[in-house]
Ligand binder design. Structure first.
Ligand code: AMP
Ligand code: MN
Ligand code: MN
Ligand code: MN
Length: 278
């Protein structure tokens, strides 16, 4: 069993990279990737833990893109964490995120919730401040009673204080990932769109843009989604990939390795992805 999609305190998870590595080892995972949103800063601590664990630790990242006018997430697996060009591109993304956060704070203030984005930063362990940290800050100061309420009323995708910041195209992101030695994977295609969507054409377009795999196994798939995306991958010549999307206590009920309980990602997924990297 393997898990190629997890988040640490360096983006929007509750566990440190080291704790995730140790937990993966305790579970007996053959391989485990850390894929924080738009940052590789947690990878040093994660890979340092390799000396203490049998589980193979794989460096990764999750990039937020826009495809067909909607958010699409791409994972980059086997990237070189210290690649200077890749780091510079991520730093530019982080600055865009910072500007977006300022605009979101301004919208909140206009909605009668005076807010400074520094309040959200206090909840972030790393340098990436995301909406998860906004939600926790809004709970902390009593504006809402739960993070779910914060997303529903203020900062969810369709809520009034949300400001999108992603304008990275999949082709651009895939080329960054390849240049950094990685393989680009469509994350949770089931969240982008359901089965009624014309996936075959979309996947062929993404393949054309340099993406080599899709998350056929995923922590949060409903019944039938895994079989559907495995079949789609087979039909379109994409490699299967998979992970839990573990966020620690920030996404309750989603466990490392096993997702909602029934996830089992076969070890055989890994060598094909590694061969496609770079
Ligand atoms: P950001 O990258 O700052 O736009 O924040 C995106 C993160 O917010 C996602 O990775 C999720 O962890 C979280 N998120 C987005 N929408 C929701 C929601 N409706 N409920 C809970 N968490 C959410
Ligand atoms: Mn997340
Ligand atoms: Mn994602
Ligand atoms: Mn994720």
């Amino acid at each position: 069993m393997i898990d190629l999609h997890t988040h640490s305190t360096f983006s929007d998870g509750s566990d440190t990279p080291e704790a995730i590595a140790l937990a993966g080892d305790a579970l007996g995972l053959a391989a485990l990737a850390l894929t924080d949103h738009d940052t590789v800063e947690g990878l040093d601590a994660f890979l340092d833990a390799q000396a203490r664990v049998k589980t193979r630790l794989v460096p990764g990242v999750e990039l937020s893109c826009v495809f067909l006018g909607r958010p699409l997430h791409l994972l980059g697996l086997f990237i070189r964490p210290d690649d200077p060009a890749f780091r510079a591109l991520l730093e530019d993304l982080r600055l865009r995120r910072e500007r977006r956060n300022e605009q979101m704070a301004k919208r909140l203030s206009e909605l009668g919730v005076p807010f400074d984005s520094e309040e959200a930063r206090r909840f972030a362990a790393g340098r990436i401040v995301s909406r998860v940290h906004f939600a926790r800050a809004l709970v902390g100061r009593g504006t809402v009673s739960s993070p779910e309420e914060a997303f529903r009323r203020y900062i969810g995708d369709h809520a009034p204080a949300h400001v999108p910041f992603e304008d990275l195209g999949p082709a651009q992101a895939a080329s960054w990932i390849q240049e950094a030695g990685g393989v680009a994977v469509v994350a949770h295609p089931g969240r982008f769109s359901g089965r009624s969507f014309r996936w075959d054409q979309a996947i062929l377009d993404l393949k054309e843009q340099g993406i080599r795999a899709l998350e056929t196994y995923y922590g949060d798939y409903g019944p039938g989604e895994q079989a559907y995306f495995l079949e789609l991958a087979g039909r379109t010549g994409m490699l299967p990939a998979g992970g839990s999307d573990y966020h620690g206590t920030y996404k309750p009920g989603l466990s490392l390795g096993t997702g909602r309980g029934s996830l089992r990602i076969p070890d055989s997924v890994l060598p094909a992805l590694e061969a496609a990297a770079g």
